[in-house]
Write a new protein. Structure first.
Length: 662
């Protein structure tokens, strides 16, 4: 029976309010639990906000500890309309002037005018000869000018055929234009149409554009001439590539200046971001201690020792002198422009930081990155798994066998009378690392100089499409007098790098002294050794600690050439602030095992327990309310019955009185 049904109409009591008051008198424990739940919910939100700040700081710590940041450089051209540049991480620093004399062009020829693209060009064989050798194109009877263009484009010739329409005095005409697919003098081609008959044979001996190398002058218009088959000049200065886009005016003082320097701006920005993220940590902690009694709202983490302990630990890792840096130019961030304010925040003096970089770059870099120093030359540290702690460790790298390149040597040849290369002996096939070239051809001519012939061989290899950039270095080693032999050396180290010369009809093997080497595959060797006395595997020059060892995944590059036999190096590691702080922040913010994940999980479980207790007590109150409602409903019912009986008795008494009086 509901409250509305026992509204006290008989008793005159406000039973609904009375029941509410009785229930409310017993709801104090629920209110207490709800307050505790709200406080813990606010605490959970605070921990989650703090974790987000730490994750943001971890990103910057990781960046600061990354060696690639400290190896980065800044490349700038004063006039990118003419010259742009790119630089490898190990590029030389400096500033150089360049004058663009000529851009590379592709060889282009055109035919005489044809009245129609449907005009028959005859039948037979058309031969296009380029740096890769001749390509014969079979032309069937009835082939039109348009058909011929398609045949050329479908062939293996490295040219593109196009039909160009022109009109003069209302008369249409068409020219067949062939353009080399690559720029430069070495990519010129010839077209032999003498094998065609029975139609209008295209005359393709007319040059529209000569295939020319780009010319770049180093130092200005009167400087050293540099040549490139493309508009990109590779490794002009150690690690620096130059791309030209436009020629400078002859006789002018125009030039483009290219400079390569350390990317100090990126370093300064990264450190500034790191400082800002740490200051966000400090700001959050300070906000949890900003209690205003007039407002009366306590921050959810006020007085929390875990919070202050975390912040203090991070500060110590950032500002304390680093272990192993006793003899370094800079031992802590205090010496490179970082100072601490009265509120615990950090401040970066960028001018002082840049001065420190200028004074001793490596000393500054080593404050942030993990670094290895060695007791000798011929080895460098490459990488290590993130969970491998190297700071303060000393690791022995024992090299028993140095890595080698693949090297194929020919037999001795005599150049005293010159070697003539022509269509009978200009072809060969080379296989590098299992990838086989197409038949490549040497430039025809008589060679009396071994280096010149080695250059011709090198150009033929480098021009191969099938090798897709793979190459081997070709040199001529003198054996005495006018004799010598050719050496083919891989650019890479290790057992995976291989060289094999394959003979062809009309091959160059005999002329080059390579007959005995035909079909023989030579390979390099991998470095062999141990890391701290444990097994390691070599791949080229890279020595990696095996998976089941203490140093699993630790990698070194061994550049020692093995001249002095087995050699041992001692690597001493120091851990920079970037790695140290990053590692601590990982421990704090890991989503599964992190400190904050455990704290948040504990708070969440407490919130859930409060919710269960509140629900249980609310159920008990609901039962109590139902009991009161039934109790007061029964009271009203009894009162109603008593009132009815009273009314009946009163009525009977009144009736008797009336009858007696009558």
């Amino acid at each position: 029976m509901s409250v509305n049904q026992i509204s006290g109409i008989v008793s005159g009591l406000d039973t609904a309010s009375l029941i509410d008051a009785l229930v409310t008198s017993r709801s104090g424990p629920i209110a207490l639990l709800q307050n505790r739940q709200s406080a813990k919910t606010a605490e959970l939100a605070a921990w989650q906000s703090f974790e987000a700040i730490l994750v943001s700081m971890k990103i910057e710590a990781t960046r600061l500890g990354d060696r690639s940041l400290w190896e980065g450089n800044h490349v700038e051209s004063t006039d990118e309309d003419f010259v742009t540049a790119s630089a490898a991480t190990d590029a030389a620093f400096g500033s150089w002037d360049f004058f663009v004399e000529r851009l590379a062009t592709a060889h282009q020829v055109q035919s005489q005018a044809f009245d129609s693209t449907a005009e028959v060009v005859g039948s037979g064989t058309l031969t296009i000869s380029g740096p890769a050798g001749p390509t014969d194109i079979d032309v069937a009877a009835g082939t039109t000018l348009a058909d011929l263009a398609n045949l050329i484009n479908e062939s293996a010739a490295d040219v593109t055929a196009t039909l160009v329409r022109s009109e003069a005095a209302g008369q249409e005409s068409y020219h067949l234009v062939l353009v080399s697919d690559a720029t430069g003098e070495l990519n010129r081609f010839t077209v032999d149409t003498s094998g065609l008959s029975g139609g209008t044979t295209p005359d393709l001996a007319s040059n529209v554009t000569d295939g020319l190398d780009a010319i770049l002058r180093f130092g200005g218009e009167s400087g050293l001439q540099l040549y490139s088959a493309t508009n990109t000049f590779e490794n002009v200065v150690d690690g620096l590539d130059i791309t030209v886009h436009k020629t400078h005016e002859s006789g002018s003082a125009d030039r483009a200046t290219v400079s390569v320097s350390r990317d100090v701006e990126a370093l300064s920005t990264s450190l500034s971001d790191f400082v800002d993220r740490f200051n966000s940590v400090v700001g959050f902690v300070n906000s949890q201690y900003s209690y205003d009694p007039d407002v009366g709202v306590r921050p959810p983490l006020i007085g929390n020792s875990t919070l202050t302990g975390i912040a203090g630990d991070i500060r110590r890792r950032i500002m304390s002198p680093l272990s192993g840096f006793e003899d370094a130019t800079y031992k802590s961030l205090l010496g490179i422009g970082i100072s601490s304010g009265s509120d615990g925040t950090l401040k970066l003096d960028e001018a002082e930081f840049r001065d420190a970089l200028e004074n001793d770059f490596d000393a500054v870099a080593n404050l942030f990155r993990t670094n290895a120093t060695f007791d000798g030359e011929g080895v460098r540290w490459l990488s290590a798994p993130k969970d491998l702690l190297l700071g303060g460790e000393s690791v022995e790298v024992a090299v028993t066998t140095a890595a080698t390149r693949a090297k194929l040597e020919g037999a001795t040849i005599d150049l005293s009378g010159g070697i003539t290369i022509d269509g009978t002996n200009d072809a060969f096939v080379i296989e590098l690392d299992g990838r086989r070239s197409e038949v490549v051809h040497l430039t025809h001519g008589t060679y009396t100089d071994g280096d010149a012939l080695a250059t011709a061989i090198q150009r033929a290899i480098d021009g191969s499409d099938e090798l897709n950039g793979l190459t081997a270095s070709v040199s001529f080693a003198e054996d005495g007098g006018s004799t010598g032999h050719f050496e083919f050396t891989s650019t890479k180290f290790g057992s995976a790098t291989k060289i094999k010369i394959i003979g062809t009809s009309g091959g160059a093997a005999t002329a080059l002294g390579l007959s005995a080497a035909l079909g023989t595959e030579v390979a390099g060797t991998d470095v062999e050794g141990t890391i701290n006395g444990e097994a390691a595997t070599g791949k080229g020059q890279i020595l990696t600690a095996d998976d089941d060892t203490t140093w699993s995944g630790l990698q070194f590059q061994v550049t020692d050439d093995g001249t002095n036999g087995p050699v041992t190096f001692q690597a001493s590691f120091t851990e920079g602030i970037g790695g140290n702080v990053d590692r601590r922040l990982v421990e704090l913010t890991d989503s599964v095992d992190g400190t904050l994940a455990r704290i948040s999980g504990s708070v969440e479980r407490l919130i859930d327990r409060y919710a269960e207790d509140i629900l249980r007590k609310q159920d008990s109150l609901d039962v109590y309310r139902s009991f009161l409602e039934r109790k007061y409903a029964n009271l009203e019912s009894v009162l109603n019955q008593l009132q009815s009986q009273s009314n009946f008795i009163s009525a009977q008494t009144s009736a008797l009185t009336t009858s007696s009086n009558g």
